[in-house]
Design a binder for this molecule. Structure first.
Ligand code: UDP
Length: 239
């Protein structure tokens, strides 16, 4: 078995990553590609928990900007993450990867409720666990969910899968030709330099709990596997 650097991981898949080029909704061929990458590390024996975003379908902030009640709009965003979770489960099961979806808001007909010990047991048994529904609370994000769940299940690392971005840059590389990619940063750099990797709640939770984070490009084949095997292809953010 090839060496793996991380045994238990949280993989954060943003809603955007599931949308593909259209930038909206769920794109099954894209789901298939992501599922194939996940399968490749599952075969290495990595324990994988996935947190999915929902921004490809709905964001609470957008609803609030249009005059909706923020909490109500956020609950809609949490529902969106459940749709993405079910789509990912479908993609993985089509590749015969055993999965369980757990939601932070109960909907027992479609998924298990989130139960920490049960999630850990699934991971130990080799099932991929998909955490949907965010934290279950409005005013939070799925980035915060990733950090929270990583702390709860004692994950070795959070892999922040990005769409066509190789890591963290000093400026937006699409707009600024002098933008420099960082190979390594501290949690404090992220906050002080305002690098926009995660929202401030997620950043401070991750700093307080000292959970390493790797930002990398999901769109290149084999990238998840390379990260798991310890290659420094993105940006690693440590304590
Ligand atoms: N959301 C929330 N609480 C949470 C997680 C998510 O209210 O704990 C809502 C929020 O409205 C957010 C939406 O769900 O805009 C989608 O999540 P997010 O923006 O984190 O998804 P991503 O950007 O990763 O696709």
């Amino acid at each position: 078995m090839p060496d793996i650097k991380y045994k238990r991981i949280i993989l954060k898949v943003s809603g955007e990553a599931l949308a593909g080029e259209k930038g909206f909704g769920i794109n099954p061929p894209v789901i298939k590609q992501i599922a194939e990458q996940i399968k490749s590390i599952h075969e290495l024996g990595v324990e994988i928990a996935i947190v999915c975003g929902g921004g490809n379908i709905w964001r609470g902030e957008t609803g609030a900007e249009m005059g909706m009640d923020r909490a109500q709009a956020d609950y809609m965003g949490m529902m969106a993450t459940v749709m993405n979770g079910l789509a990912l489960q479908d993609g993985l099961e089509q590749l015969h990867v055993p999965t369980r979806v757990q939601t932070s808001i109960e909907m027992r007909q479609v998924a298990e409720p989130y139960i920490r010990r049960r999630a850990i047991r699934h991971l130990e048994k080799g099932r991929v666990v998909i955490f949907a529904g965010g934290t279950g609370n409005p005013y939070f994000s799925t980035d915060t969910t990733s950090v929270l769940r990583a702390a709860e299940i004692e994950a070795d690392v959070i892999l922040m899968a990005k769409n066509n971005v190789d890591g963290v840059y000093s400026a937006d590389p699409k707009k600024d030709p002098n933008a420099k990619k960082y190979d390594e940063l501290s949690q404090l750099d992220i906050i002080n330099k305002n690098l926009g990797v995660m929202d401030s709640t997620a950043s401070s939770l991750s700093m307080d709990n000292n959970i390493p984070l790797i930002v990398f490009n999901l769109n290149k084949p084999e990238n998840i596997k390379r990260v798991i095997q310890g290659e420094n292809i993105g940006t690693i953010i440590k304590g």
